[in-house]
Design a protein around this ligand. Sequence first.
Ligand code: ZN
Ligand code: ZN
Length: 344
Amino acid sequence: MRALLRSDPEPGKCGLADVPEPVPGPGEVLVRVAFAGICGTDLHAYYSEGDYRGLPAPLVLGHEFSGVVVGVGAGVPAGRIGRRVLARVIQNCDACPSCAAGLANLCPDREVPGISYDGGFADLVVLPDRHTIPVPDGVGLESAALTEPVSVAVHAVERAESGRRLPRGRAVVTGPGAIGLFSAVLLRERGYDVVVVGTAQDAATRLAAASAAGLATRVVGGGDGDTGTPTSGATLWIEASGSAAALASALDGLAPGGVLCSVGLGDQPLDRDLASATRRELSLLFSMASGPSDYAAASELLADRPDDVRQFVRGYAFTGCEQALADARSGRTVKPLLTIGGEQ
Ligand SMILES: [Zn+2]
Ligand SMILES: [Zn+2]
């Protein structure tokens, strides 16, 4: 079968390959993959960067996908065959203190398909049956493959709102990738006046997509300096870029009593005196992936208002996956979605 295989940890050793079909073991199902989304994690794994250099190899990448169960291992009812499913990305242990507290997304023993074991950029994938989620009636497999990134935005917005003490006013989102733009749409639905902020590199595609979706935008740090809607006086800020400069601008820009929620995974030190944040009594929160209730909310959104999400998606054939990765890398797409088996 076809698979996007990372054959070696050395950079440049990842590409489309022909690999043997996997076989489901006890408690597992075999899924024929329909659609799969590409996210920032896949880019780090594909280019073998930073911590991701230590991933297992060989490894089939891909964690955001939908498909149909076509086989079952021992102990899984044969009635599963034909079920439309998506993969739960954070596959928790159900036995540790985090899991017992209902914080499955923080389980220290979590596994992730495409990171811990072979993932869904392939014609077939094997998953633990207990970590598959049935796709609701009324949601196509193409939309279903977007459930996980939408659930991450749902979680970030819920976390931010949990720290809100001011009336909803201006919200700022830094980082116009998929998580940032999905978050911006969710914040607007909650009544915020949203400004999406990006760099000059984001202007042509990602900020243009935000504008096309009716969101106000601002460019920072470009050659011509700042342009667009000001961000001062924001009551809520979601930082989705991972940039330390963006985090610092949030700490500077929030109104007294405002809330900052960081969902970006930055690796730069924060060079900031926090006294002014203390004087304005800001709330500082972090958001990590998503949990079961976030998947349910994401599925509901995809069933009711699929275009809110799909306006940011660009489709690619599976054979074009390396081009899709390159386009994502250079900011020429927001959310690339691969058609692997398609609607079945
Ligand atoms: Zn992802
Ligand atoms: Zn656990």
